[in-house]
Design a binder for this molecule. Structure first.
Ligand code: F0G
Length: 456
């Protein structure tokens, strides 16, 4: 058969509110043309993020009723720990309220002022925690990752020469760890290959440098390895994930993505001494080391979500839905980042709105326009997200100026994808009349979340 269909059926539904164009004009102006500041109620199809927005299964909801809400030693923690050890293969686990909680602890333990942290492209919260701990992030991703049109199958790969150059320039002792993400969010949800990670591992071992994985979407990465990399096409996702993690010394994790829950995360470390330090810090920032900011029921839902996330039919349907939307847009000649990534379609705002210069926030403007057109909420991933240099205070001007249409897991139907594609096409057709934006309020940290704009 040529078609696939979702490996689940719908048991509970949540009605959506339809709005008029006039209502949306009012709402987006009130939100300062920032989709983060819209009320969810005013959104029809919410593609802001795939973070914490997944639909849980009946098996997960059943687990919620089995929450052991003891302050210490909840049995749900042990279930979670066991599943992380089983599927991700790490030895020691510290639960956290979400991914950035783990990033905070990790950065505090490992980074000293003056250190450098190489990584396959920055992620907003990850880089900020590295900087707050006194480190400097260094991008060592392959050049193709910064080119929206490059068809490289593994645009998340590390450029080994860039890594070697950094080691030679600053010395291995100034590099506490290499920060590897699979898949790479800011590059368009692009994967890193097993072969590349294995090479990074070998290089790191020679120099005695750790590798810490951002495992947020590592299951999705495993799917691309299965589909695109020689020798893996017959391996199960769970097997690939386990091998992938085995080349790293620990991970930070936002369970809100792959692990199919609304809240939760963890820090995993193979080194017992580091784990002990993490366990000491966790009680200051997150909670006891057997709950880390989560309720018992949340840990149970995540333990069960991990089991479901590594099932081959789940991940095929999940990424298949993203590909369905992306292929439609490609067929209609709309500029998107290729190859199609794992969790989202990224509209290339530089080519979409050629008339708007980057300092007038083309991606921010495009995201606002999609909302106006059809009540679809997307997210800017361009100059606003990139922020300012911590040294000079100047704006970063990233090569990629993107709008992310992020697909929540198991939430929307194919008809929602069709409607989304048609709305994008309509905006594309009328793109010439759009002008840029002016930023009128800029927060100090992670400005994209709360910045406000005016129409030019
Ligand atoms: N790492 C990656 C690759 C992420 O995408 C995120 C979150 C985090 C870390 C932080 O995790 O949100 O649980 O604290 N990304 C969300 C997004 C916010 O929309 O892409 P968190």
């Amino acid at each position: 058969r040529r078609s696939w269909a979702e490996p689940y059926k719908i048991k509970v539904v949540e009605p959506l509110k339809m709005t008029t164009r006039a209502e949306r004009e009012q709402a987006i102006a009130t939100a300062g043309y920032n989709t983060f500041l819209l009320r969810s109620e005013d959104v029809y199809i919410d593609l802001l993020t795939d973070s914490g927005t997944s639909a849980m299964s009946d098996y997960q909801w059943a687990g919620m009723m089995l929450g052991d809400e003891a302050y210490a030693g909840s049995k749900n923690f042990y279930n979670l720990e066991e599943n992380i050890q089983k599927y991700y293969g790490y030895r020691h686990i510290v639960p956290t309220h979400q991914g950035r909680g783990a990033e905070n602890i990790l950065s505090q333990i490992l980074i000293k002022p003056g250190d450098y942290i190489p990584g396959n492209m920055y992620f907003t919260t990850t880089r900020l925690h590295q900087e707050l701990a006194g480190g400097t992030f260094v991008d060592v991703i392959i050049d193709e990752a910064h080119d929206a049109e490059s068809l490289h199958p593994f645009k998340g790969n590390v450029d080994l020469q860039k890594l070697i150059d950094l080691i030679e320039r600053v010395g291995a002792e100034r590099i506490p760890y290499i920060s590897v993400a699979g898949t790479v969010n800011m590059a368009g949800g692009q994967p890193i290959s097993m072969a590349n990670l294995r090479e990074v591992h070998q290089l790191a071992q020679t120099h005695g440098i750790r590798i810490i994985l951002d495992a947020t979407r590592a299951v999705e990465n495993a799917y691309f390895i299965q589909q695109r990399e020689e020798d893996y096409s017959n391996q199960a996702i769970a097997t690939i994930l386990h091998e992938f993690c085995s080349y790293t010394d620990g991970c930070t994790m936002s369970g809100k993505k792959d692990a199919l829950v609304n809240i939760g995360g963890w820090l995993a470390l193979n080194d017992y001494n580091l784990y002990e330090e993490a366990r000491n810090l966790i009680v200051i920032y997150e909670g006891l080391h057997t709950y880390g900011g989560m309720a018992g029921r949340d840990m149970e839902a995540m333990a069960r979500g991990i089991e479901e996330s590594v099932k081959d039919d789940h991940i095929r349907a999940r990424i298949g839905q993203v590909e369905y939307l992306g292929q439609k847009l490609l067929d209609w000649g709309i500029p998107i980042v290729v190859p199609i990534g794992g969790h989202a379609i990224y509209l290339d705002a530089k080519r979409f709105l050629e008339q708007i210069p980057q300092e007038e926030f083309p991606a921010q403007r495009l995201a606002a326009e999609l909302y106006l057109e059809a009540g679809i909420r997307a997210m800017e991933r361009g100059i606003v997200s990139a922020g300012r240099s911590k040294e000079t205070g100047d704006n970063y001007y990233p090569e990629l100026e993107l709008v992310r249409l992020t697909i929540p897991r198991r939430v929307y139907t194919q008809a929602h994808m069709d409607l989304t594609a048609e709305a994008v096409e309509e905006v594309y057709y009328n793109r010439d009349r759009l002008r840029g934006l002016k930023m009128i309020y800029e927060p100090k940290y992670l400005r994209f979340f709360q910045a406000r704009f005016e129409l030019l």
